[in-house]
Structures are given as C-alpha cells and as structure tokens.
Design a protein around this ligand. Structure first.
Ligand code: 5AD
Ligand code: SF4
Length: 474
C-alpha cells in the first residue's frame, strides 16, 4: 500500500490534464539503466497526458532530474546541476523553470530537497510517477494554490507501481530496455538501493511478455531485461528467471535477449545451462564481484566467497559458449587491508573480465556499513582504484590481443564517435559505425552507410580500450 511523505492528497490526485498548450518538459537522467527506463516511462506518461517533451533545458517550462543516490558524488552532481540550471535562466533573463527531482535522491532525501539555496519545486519518488501529470499541471497553472509547497513531495513505496515505457521510445544501442522487477532484498551493507527502491517486487510474466511483444510488433528485435538483481526474479514462487527467459525466448520475431544485473548467488547451474542452451540469450554476464577478499565479502554481506564466485565463472565458461563477463568493484570498503585488496587484484587476473566498473567506497547515510569506521584514507582509495584499473587494463589487453585476426558477427548499433588519427589505429577513414557482438563486444568499422539492426561480419584488426577496430567482411 502507498505510504506517502508530505501532505496529500488534492494536488497529487488531480486528474491528468489532456489538452493544448500544456507545459514543455525536459527530462535529464542520471545513474543506472533502470533510471533510463523510468525516464522513458515518465516521458510516456507525460506525453500521454498531452505534455510536450523537449530535448533542451532552455526550451522547457518544467525540468525533471531523474537521479541516483549510489555514491555521494552522484548526489552532488545533481545539486550543483540545479544551481546551474537556475543560473542559465537568470543569465538569459528567461523565467525560472519548475525543477523537479525524481528517482533515488527524491526517495532518500524527500522534503530536504525543498529546503535551502538549491531547493527544487517538486520531489517525486520512484513509485509515484503517475502523480506527475497532475502535479505539473498545478505547478504550471497561472495561480498556484496557497500552501502548495507542502504538497510537492510524493515518496514512499508501492508494490503495485510497475511502470511501462512505451515501446516506441528510444531503444538504447538498438536494445529496448524492459524492467522486469524493482527494488532489492539483498541489503548488501554498503548499498542505498534497498532503501531508495524498496523491497523486491516483480512485474508479472504476462505483463513482461505483453511489453516485449509490443516492442517486437513495433520493429524491435532485441531487449535488455533489467532489474537490480534480474537473476533473483521469482514470480509467486513458481516462475524463476530461467523460466521467464525461456518464455521470453518463445516470442516470435525477438532475436536477442540481454539482461542486467546478475547476483553471483543466483547464478545456479540450471540458469547457466538455460542461458547456454537458448540461442536468443546473449552470452554476456554482468555479475559484480565487488571484492576478492572473503573477509570483505562477508562484511559486505555478499553471501559468497571468492572461491564460490570463481567456481560459478568456471561453470559458466563450460555451459555458455563464448561467454564474457563484466563486473563492479568497490575499493576501500571499511577495514579493507592491503592483503584484501591484493585478493581483489587476484580475482581480476583470474576471471579476465571484459569490463570492470570500479568505484571508491562512498559511505551512504543509514546503511549498515555506515556504522563501520570508513578508515581507508581517500588517497589510499584513489591509489587502489588506479592500481585496480591498471591490472584490469593489462589483463584485458592480453585477452584482446588473442582476438586480433578473428572474424565475428555483430549487429549494427549506430554511428560511432571513433576517430582514426593519421599513423595510428588501422588508418581507416570515417564515417565509423559500431557493431555489437552477442557477447557484448563493440567493434568499430568504417562504412558509408549501414542499416541499424543489420547483422554483419567484421575481421578484428586491433582494439582501443574496450572497443575493437574491425573491417567489414563480405
Ligand atoms: N560506494 C561505492 N560504490 C557503491 N556501489 C554501490 N554502493 C556503493 C557505495 N556505497 C557500487 C557497487 C554496485 C554498483 C552499481 O555501484 O559496485 O554494484
Ligand atoms: Fe545494492 Fe547489493 Fe542490492 Fe546490488 S544486490 S542493489 S549492490 S543491495
């Protein structure tokens, strides 16, 4: 049931307006793919109510920032962005927009966002986006009701609130995002997500299938199933993620299924066998390990040891042809010693990740780890981060070297920003295009015109960071 923070209900329950001359809304997204999807859903809700969605902040009457709370820095960025957005209007002598904060920061900070120099006009948390059309209507009306400031914060978790992005809206890299559940029950000790996004709650399999069928009917061929822990999907105790994926794979016309993020403890042999067996499921596992030290993993409440993680990786390599891995790491967790950190480097070398997203530990208010002493000095966190990135790069380069000369199929995603400098790379001239292999490797090729979504073959000639440089084959 809904629990609301703030005075309800009249403003939030205003019927969604439908009409002409409604406000223009600009939506800016921070953070993870779930937020990208949520922004698409907000976009759909507002467009459905007759609002005009614009692509530039200066064109908008209303600016919504869909925010992330995962680290301190992510929140700081948004607060300073509010100041910047206000300043841009003062500088250009334009009227101030209504600024709203949505997403995790709205949930974590609630009414506090309505205070101080950088205060915003509207705060709407992750489960209350259906109130946006009504709220915006009131706030952009010529006469603002008295005391309206008390009713502009709508937060609190609702298990029924599963938003759906319209299928026509922007696939990301040719892949349509589909959130299959929300929230998280793991409660890793460092993480704010279980508090900002609430308990895990599943979208029904019927709703997921319907959503994906709509995407395919609209011409989409690839989906990325999203969740804080997609692999923990469990609908009414009788449909787990493996079963769901089997059902999704049955959808005619759908060609590829990707998913993010997996939790190592949910990567059961049965699931890996299913992924390996189903041709439509792409062989790429994003399974964050966070640390290679058992001591740190225990204190993080990750529920596995580094040995168990490595066994999972070995099993996946047997069960899933051409599988690749990516991960997240946190360095400088409270109490992390040099030896713990060396254990992390060891895991990096052993797994040979395609990509590692590495972060310095950032204390989040109210989470269990906030009670621990954040005792690794920032300079040391920075040093460990740099060393981890260097080891990852070295390990990756060794893997990438072995790929040169191979010919891979890949799907055209779009144009690439890549630039060849004379005397460097493969010396090819643009325009450049980006292909993605089913195991999530990017290949940059040069061609005059390619059709997005087409499957082509490329010979790998080299690589730059995590992108391969290739040449199209007939
Ligand atoms: N500090 C640093 N990184 C964090 N992450 C989650 N919480 C924190 C935190 N408090 C990282 C984890 C997670 C990724 C999305 O963000 O590595 O997998
Ligand atoms: Fe955060 Fe852990 Fe849940 Fe991932 S599994 S969202 S890291 S609590």
């Amino acid at each position: 049931m809904a629990t609301f923070q703030g005075d309800l209900p009249d403003l939030t329950q205003t019927a969604a307006p439908v009409g002409e001359n409604l406000a223009s809304v600009y939506i800016e997204t921070y953070g993870c793919q779930m937020n990208v999807y949520d922004s698409q859903a907000i976009n759909g809700l507002l467009e459905g109510a007759g609002y005009n969605i614009v692509q530039h902040d200066l064109e908008a009457d209303v600016i919504l920032l869909n925010t992330c709370s995962i680290r301190d820095l992510a929140e700081h960025k948004v607060i300073s962005r509010v100041g910047e957005l206000r300043h841009r209007r003062t500088k250009t002598e334009m009227p101030q927009p209504v600024i709203g904060v949505c997403g995790c920061m709205a949930e974590r900070m609630g009414k506090d966002l309505r205070k101080g120099k950088r205060r915003v006009d509207l705060v709407v948390g992750v489960d209350n986006y259906d109130t946006l059309p009504g709220l915006i209507s009131k706030l952009t009306a010529k006469t603002i009701p008295q005391h309206a400031h008390e009713r502009r914060t709508v937060t609190g978790h609702r298990s029924d609130a599963h938003y759906v992005a319209p299928p026509s809206l922007y696939p990301i890299n040719n892949s349509h995002l589909v959130t299959i559940h929300k929230g998280c029950d793991y409660k890793c000790t460092y993480c704010i997500v279980p508090y900002t996004r609430g308990p895990q709650s599943e979208k029904s399999p019927e709703a997921i299938i319907e959503e994906i069928s709509g995407i395919v009917a609209g011409g989409g061929r690839e989906v990325t199933l999203l969740g804080q822990n997609v692999t923990a999907y469990n609908w009414q105790q009788n449909m787990d993620f493996a079963k769901l994926v089997e059902e999704v794979a049955e959808i005619d016309g759908l060609e590829r299924i990707r998913f993010l993020t997996g939790h190592p403890t949910d990567m059961h042999p049965h699931l890996m066998d299913t992924i390996g067996r189903l041709e439509k499921v792409c062989p790429w596992l994003h399974v964050p390990v966070q640390s290679g030290s058992d001591r740190v993993l225990r204190r993080m409440k990750r529920l596995y040891t580094s040995g168990q993680y490595l066994e999972m990786v070995d099993y996946a390599r047997q069960a899933i042809p051409n599988v690749t891995f990516s991960t997240d790491f946190i360095v400088g967790f409270p109490g992390e010693t040099e030896q713990d950190f060396q254990d992390t480097l060891e895991v990096t070398r052993k797994v040979k990740y395609d990509q590692a997203f590495c972060f310095k530990y950032s204390e989040r208010p109210g989470v269990p780890a906030a009670k621990l002493n954040d005792d690794v000095p920032d300079v040391e966190k920075k040093r460990r981060l740099a060393e981890l990135l260097a080891v990852q790069e070295e390990t990756w380069n060794a893997v990438a070297d072995t790929c040169v000369g191979q010919v891979w199929p890949g799907v055209v995603e779009g144009q690439a920003k890549h630039q060849s400098k004379p005397g460097q790379d493969d010396g090819q001239k643009g325009p450049f295009w980006r292909l993605r292999t089913s195991n999530n490797r990017k290949i940059i090729v040069s061609a005059d015109e390619l059709k997005i979504g087409a499957e082509l073959k490329a010979r790998i000639n080299g690589y730059k960071n995590t992108s391969f440089l290739g040449e199209l084959q007939d």
